[in-house]
Write a protein that binds this ligand. Structure first.
Ligand code: HEC
Length: 299
């Protein structure tokens, strides 16, 4: 049979396993924290889109005096004079133009507003967005969908049809002439209040494990782990193993006849330390040995 492992080796094994378990827990938490950070960022972007849309919706349309070559879409025209005209942009159109700018200039977040029944082909959904649309249609209570996709983090939030949307997304015959003229009478019509009209889709660069790692490898965490290691080491070696080794040595000396070997320990009346109690038992044994020997000498 193999020899039993020393307490020292056992303590090392227990310590290493403990460290690995704690590291595992930290890494798992790091993954959760990363998802939460990305989700918060995506939510903030989606909130901005919602605010922008409702700002435009609140005024009905935003009217611009000039069309930028890259952003030349409009739904209505108002002639102020022969040469001076204003172009009206409805919320969806204004949002699409904002998204075009954001996607071109921002280094992190990009967003689109898309649907499974797009009126504007430039808004067509990609596979993740199609999947999100299906999920929101199947479950109206679902607040958002998220997914890691290669280097990207994808997030989507549903947009529902409200009463005010029916003018342009309800029956085609109710729609403003400009809508029919520009987009026809087929695309994105016949919705009812409460239907999922589309989604706000946000894409962010994901945070890789290597990028998140410095969060763990900071002086505070490393210091705490080092201190834990030191405490464990001092406790098991100084307070248990070294004292047990000393006790073994002292006991062996007593057994070999050196009965005056001093036993250094705190008496049980003043100590709850188990090693002190073991020392005390050996001490009792030593004293009874001495008594037996004295009796034998007298005889
Ligand atoms: C004044 C008419 C009008 C109203 C009212 C309106 N929409 Fe639209 N909607 C449009 C037009 C026009 C487009 C296409 C815009 C473009 O060219 O990008 C569109 C596009 C969209 C899109 C993008 C997907 C696609 O089909 O291209 C969504 C999502 C959308 N609308 C949701 C809504 C919601 C929700 C409401 C109510 C809160 C609403 N719309 C009210 C006219 C309207």
């Amino acid at each position: 049979m193999a020899k039993k492992t020393s307490l020292k080796s056992k303590a090392v094994i227990v310590f290493v396993v403990t460290v690995l378990l704690i590291l595992g827990a930290l890494i798992a938490s790091l993954g959760k924290l990363r998802d939460q950070v990305l989700r918060n960022e995506a939510q903030a972007v989606a909130d901005q889109v919602v605010s922008f849309r409702s700002w435009v919706a609140g005024t009905g349309m935003v009217w611009v005096n000039k069309l930028h070559p890259d952003f030349n879409g409009y739904l209505a025209v108002k002639n102020v004079s022969e040469t001076d005209r204003f172009y009206g942009k409805n919320p969806a159109l204004a949002t699409r133009e904002l998204s075009t700018i954001a996607n071109k200039t921002s280094t992190r977040a990009s967003f689109t507003v898309t649907s499974d029944n797009v009126r504007q082909s430039a808004n067509a959904p990609d596979p993740f967005e199609k999947q999100a649309l299906k999920a929101f249609q199947a479950n109206k209570g679902l607040k958002f969908i998220e997914q890691h996709e290669g280097e990207s983090f994808r997030y989507a939030r549903p947009i529902f049809i409200k009463k005010g949307c029916l003018k342009c997304h309800g029956k085609p015959e109710d729609a403003p002439a400009a809508v029919i003229e520009k987009y026809g009478n087929v695309k994105a019509f016949n919705y009812k209040v409460g239907d999922v009209r589309g989604i706000i889709s946000v894409t962010l660069p994901t945070i890789s494990f290597m990028e998140a790692l410095p969060t763990l490898a900071n002086p505070l965490s490393i210091g705490a782990i080092f201190l834990a290691f030191l405490l464990n080491y001092l406790f098991t070696t100084k307070l248990i193993i070294n004292r047990l080794q000393k006790l073994t040595k002292d006991t062996k000396a007593i057994v070999s006849g050196q009965l005056n070997t001093p036993l250094n320990y705190t008496p049980p009346s003043d100590s709850n330390d188990e090693v002190d109690h073991t020392y005390h038992s050996v001490d009792l044994l030593k004293r009874s040995m001495l008594m037996v020997m004295k009796k034998m000498k007298r005889k």
